[in-house]
Design a protein around this ligand. Structure first.
Ligand code: GLU
Length: 510
């Protein structure tokens, strides 16, 4: 049965809170969300926290924050509840216990009294004799009396699934078609551990059924568990949801699976965690656009599209099952594009937290004097990430005596010597002291006239001025920079720079 988007679906994102949300997880959630929104269905957030050893209390916060950052809102979940609450598996233990026992009744599961030590020595023995390791089913054939005797002694037990020993298990993956696996290759997996906690296999199947999940989207790494899941679902007599195993995202080298850590390749840093992308200044809209095209393609002839356009077109069966490396350069390109599409006011609002953090100033301090209102529009074209703005703008927030001209070459104009450059700087300071009005355009006009008057190329004059104003070789456009700085500060900087040069050649002469 194919659903082209006309039947409402119920999909779930079911992360285990064992660490920070990474891009692969976010992509799964995004595809869930797109499919739910496309079909007018529901997107459910379920927390699979039954592995208490790997539980990380900060992880839940990071997961929710990451989803919200991208704008993926859920219709049911731990924080908002819903008709199938609770949505946190550790709060549903009673349900799993009951379901595991019902499988014993149905003859599809059995009690396993093996202790961890017994299992360990079984594995040692298997290794020694060169056999594949795995549970040898020694408790599967215990008699009623043997079971009763152990229970009377109060021995703890796990519940294991009894897979059929012969035949094949056939299941379907929407992207890969029918897949058949020999039952002799399956194991009697644990469903309920001796401590009463379910394993993923049991909890996920029970919840997908009870929560009426129609489509399961999950990473390709779960494909190998699909046969056992099919058997469990069959044993209960339930319907299998549509399985969609999403292609693995490869690291930038294209060789391994993208890890949860950032990676250095050829001196360049590649991010992996969602919060890292957020704090590097990728815009949620750009990331949304980018990730939607990782494994699916909106349209080969249209790279940029809105959320609404993506929702209207998204199709599960068009996902490409082959693994692919993340095209990081495309993300930067897209982000630059989205940055340029913001209004100056929106860009300023987005930049303030970055500048505040990176320059150690409050928003009020950054806003004082209206410098940002002049400079942000002129750097808008030049940045691809919000965290790049600080190095374009830091000079504007220093006091003139904090300016460090440790490379006096910056103050020397092309084809000029230090004395001539100092003379030009002095002339520039004088001019800035009286130019009216103090606006980028007028300053530019007067500076060009002055260069002509001195008989030097405009660039040779502007170079030292730029050096004096920003302390850098590359800065935002010079005349807006001067205007942003304001008359007094600009004049002071240029005079200080002139003095530095004058001291230098005075030293050389003595
Ligand atoms: N809890 C699993 C995980 O952490 C979810 C797998 C699934 O979606 O079924 O990835």
């Amino acid at each position: 049965m194919t659903n082209n988007g006309d039947t409402p679906v119920r999909v779930r994102f079911a992360p285990s809170p064992t660490g920070q949300l990474h891009l692969g997880g976010l992509r799964t959630a995004l595809f869930d969300w797109l499919w739910a929104r496309r079909t007018d269905g529901q997107f459910i957030l379920r927390i699979e926290d039954t592995d208490r050893r790997r539980f990380d209390p900060e992880s839940l916060e990071s997961l929710m924050r990451g989803l919200k950052w991208l704008g993926l809102d859920w219709d049911e979940g731990p924080d908002i509840g819903g008709p199938f609450a609770p949505y946190v598996q550790s709060e549903r233990q009673e349900i799993y216990r009951e379901k595991a026992h019902s499988l014993i009744e149905l003859g599809h599961a059995y009690r396993c009294f093996c202790t961890p030590e017994q299992l360990e020595s079984m594995r040692d023995e298997q290794r020694r004799s060169g056999k594949p390791t795995g549970y040898d089913r020694r408790c599967r054939n215990l008699t009623e009396d043997e079971i009763q005797e152990r229970m009377d002694k109060g021995l703890p037990y796990a519940i294991r699934f009894a897979v059929p020993l012969e035949g094949v298990t056939v299941f379907n993956d929407l992207l890969r078609g029918e897949i058949a696996v020999e039952n002799r290759d399956l194991r009697d997996e644990i469903l309920l551990k001796a401590d009463g906690m379910p394993t993923y296999h049991l909890a996920a199947m029970v919840d997908d059924h009870l929560m009426q999940i129609t489509h399961v989207l999950r990473g390709e790494e779960w494909l190998s568990t699909a046969p056992i899941h099919k058997r469990i679902v069959d044993a209960f007599g339930w319907d299998m949801p549509v399985l969609v195993h999403l292609p693995v995202i490869l690291d930038p080298s294209g060789k391994g699976k993208m890890s949860k850590r950032k990676k250095q390749v050829a001196g360049k840093e590649f991010l992996a965690l969602v919060h890292e992308f957020e704090s590097a200044g990728y815009l949620p809209d750009a990331m949304f656009n980018f990730l939607t095209n990782v494994g699916w393609n909106y349209d080969p002839d249209q790279e940029v599209f809105s959320r609404e356009e993506a929702i209207a077109k998204f199709q599960l069966n068009e996902i490409n099952p082959s693994a692919a490396a993340l095209p990081y350069e495309k993300l930067d390109w897209l982000n630059g594009l989205y940055i340029r599409s913001l209004t100056p006011a929106a860009l300023k609002a987005a930049l303030l937290p970055f500048l505040s953090r990176q320059l150690g100033m409050s928003s009020a301090e950054l806003n004082a004097g209206g410098k940002l209102d002049i400079l942000i529009p002129v750097i808008q074209e030049r940045i691809k990430r919000l965290d790049e703005a600080a190095s374009w703008l830091d000079w504007a927030f220093l006091d003139s005596d904090q300016m460090c001209y440790d490379n006096p070459k910056l103050l020397i104009g092309r084809k000029l010597d230090a004395a001539k450059s100092a003379e030009l700087l002095r002339a520039g300071a004088l001019l800035l002291g009286r130019v009216q009005p103090f606006s980028g355009d007028t300053i530019q006009e007067e500076f060009r006239a002055k260069a002509e008057e001195f008989g030097v190329k405009a660039g040779s004059f502007f170079g030292p001025i730029r050096g004096a104003i920003s302390g850098k070789k590359v800065s935002p456009p010079l005349f807006e920079s001067i205007e942003a700085l304001g008359r007094e500060e600009a004049v002071q900087r240029i005079e200080r720079a002139a003095s530095i040069l004058e001291e230098q050649f005075a030293e050389v002469e003595t």
